[in-house]
Write a protein that binds this ligand. Structure first.
Ligand code: 9MR
Length: 371
C-alpha cells in the first residue's frame, strides 16, 4: 500500500514537472545562450537544489571567481588548477556552454605580476612575457573546451580614457592587443571578448567601439563585446542601454550581456569598480525584512523591460548571463556597502523562482512566436 502511494506521488510530481512551465533555458533557446555565474560550492554540489537550478534553467556558465588571475596563478610559475578543472568538467557533464572569465584584469591579480624581486615595476618586455605565459597556460589547458574568453576586463574609465592600471602604465594600451594575440595563439578556435561595466555610458561605449576597430585593424580576433550590465533601479535608462546596443551593432560588433543583475537598493555609486566602498547605514539597507510589493513590482518591470530589449537585439546578442544564482549569494550584498540585503537576481533566498521568471519566459515565447 505504502509503495503504491509513494509511486503515485512520484508519478504526480513527474507529470506536474512536464506540464509545468518551461525553463528559462528552453524559452531562450534559439535567441541567445542564457547563462549564470557560478561559485565552487555550486560546482561541488554542496546544495543539490542550487545545482539542479543551474543545470535546468540555464544553458551556459561562467566562473564568478575561479578562473581569475589571483586564484588560478597566485605566484609566478605556480598554478592552482583544481577548481577550474572541476568547473569546466561540471559544465561539460551538464551540457552547459562554458565561458572563461577573465584573463587580464587589473583586479584580483597577484601583486607579483608587476614587480621584480626588489619590488620595482618590471620592464615592458617582462610584463609582456608574464602575460604571454599566463594566458598561454590557462587558455591551452582548456583548449577546445571553452567557447570563449573574457580576454581583457575593464580597461576603460567611464569617461572613455584608458584606466591607468599597472598593465597600462607599463605597456600602454598595447597590452590589450597583446592579450588578444596570446589568447588566439593558445586556442585559435576560442571566441575572444572584451568585457566592461557601464558600457551604456556614451563616452565609454565610443571608446570600446574604437578599441574593437583598432584590434581588428591590427589583425586580432575579437568576437564580441561583453556588457556587464550591473544595473540599478534608475540607471542606466532603457534608452541609454538601447543606444549602446545600436552603436555596437552599427559597428558590426556582437554583444554579450555578461554579468546581469539589477540592484533594488539605493546606491551611492553607479559602477562596478570593486574597490569602491561606502559606510553602512540602516537607511541604505531598507529591505532587511523583505521588499514591499510596490517596489517589487517596479523591479519586475525593470527586469522585463531590459529582458525585452535583449530579445529585441537577439540578432546581435549571443548570450545573456546573470551574475549569480540566488539573492543569498549575490556579490551585491557586500558592494558597495558591506552587509546589506539585496535582491538583484532571478532566484530568492529559498532558491525559489521569482515571479519575474514566469514573465521572462512568457515574453521569450511570445517573441519567438511572432518571428
Ligand atoms: O562577483 C565577484 C565577487 O565575488 C568578487 O569578490 C569580486 C572581486 O573582484 O569580483 C566580482 O565579480 C566582478 C567581475 O569579475 C568583473 N565585473 C564586476 C564583478 C562584480 O564586482
Amino acid at each position: 500500500m505504502k509503495t503504491i502511494f509513494a509511486l503515485s506521488v512520484l508519478i504526480l510530481m513527474a507529470s506536474l514537472d512536464t506540464i509545468g512551465q518551461k525553463t528559462l533555458r528552453e524559452a531562450t533557446k534559439g535567441e541567445f545562450l542564457f547563462g549564470v555565474a557560478v561559485n565552487m560550492k555550486q560546482v561541488n554540489g554542496v546544495n543539490p537544489i542550487e545545482t539542479e537550478l543551474i543545470t535546468k534553467e540555464f544553458s551556459a556558465i561562467v566562473p564568478e571567481n575561479i578562473m581569475k588571475p589571483q586564484p588560478i596563478h597566485p605566484e609566478e610559475n605556480k598554478y592552482k588548477w583544481d577548481d577550474a578543472d572541476k568547473f569546466v568538467a561540471f559544465g561539460e557533464k551538464n551540457n552547459l556552454t562554458v565561458t572563461g572569465h577573465c584573463l587580464i584584469w587589473h583586479s584580483q591579480i597577484g601583486k607579483w605580476f608587476f614587480v621584480d624581486e626588489n619590488g620595482k615595476d618590471v620592464s615592458p618586455e617582462i610584463l609582456k612575457e608574464r602575460m604571454r605565459q599566463h594566458i598561454n597556460a590557462v587558455v591551452s589547458r582548456y583548449k577546445g573546451r571553452i567557447k570563449g574568453w573574457d580576454v581583457v576586463n575593464e580597461a576603460f574609465e567611464d569617461n572613455g580614457t584608458y584606466r591607468k592600471s599597472k598593465f597600462y602604465q607599463i605597456l600602454g594600451k598595447d597590452f590589450i592587443k597583446y592579450a588578444f594575440q596570446f589568447a588566439h595563439e593558445a586556442d585559435p578556435n576560442a571566441e575572444l571578448y572584451y568585457n566592461d561595466y557601464n558600457v551604456e555610458t556614451p563616452a565609454k561605449c565610443d571608446a570600446i567601439v574604437q578599441l574593437v576597430k583598432e584590434l581588428k585593424a591590427d589583425g586580432c580576433r575579437i568576437d564580441a563585446v561583453g556588457s556587464q550590465a550591473h544595473m540599478h533601479m534608475n540607471s542606466p535608462t532603457l534608452d541609454a542601454t538601447e543606444t549602446s546596443f545600436k552603436k555596437l551593432k552599427t559597428a558590426g560588433i556582437h554583444i554579450l550581456i555578461t554579468e546581469w543583475d539589477i540592484s533594488i537598493l539605493p546606491s551611492p555609486y553607479d559602477g562596478a569598480n570593486v574597490s569602491a566602498n561606502f559606510d553602512y547605514s540602516r537607511e541604505m539597507d531598507p529591505y532587511r525584512e523583505g521588499v514591499p510589493e510596490a517596489v517589487q513590482q517596479q523591479w519586475n518591470k525593470r527586469m522585463l523591460d531590459m529582458f525585452g530589449l535583449f530579445l529585441k537585439y537577439s540578432d546581435v546578442i549571443d548570450r545573456v548571463t546573470v551574475w549569480g544564482l540566488t539573492d543569498n549569494g549575490t556579490w551585491l550584498n557586500n558592494f558597495p556597502i558591506r552587509g546589506r540585503k539585496d535582491y538583484p537576481v532571478l532566484f530568492d533566498r529559498n532558491n525559489q523562482r521569482k515571479s519575474v521568471v514566469d514573465g521572462m519566459i512568457k515574453m521569450a515565447e511570445n517573441y519567438k512566436s511572432k518571428k
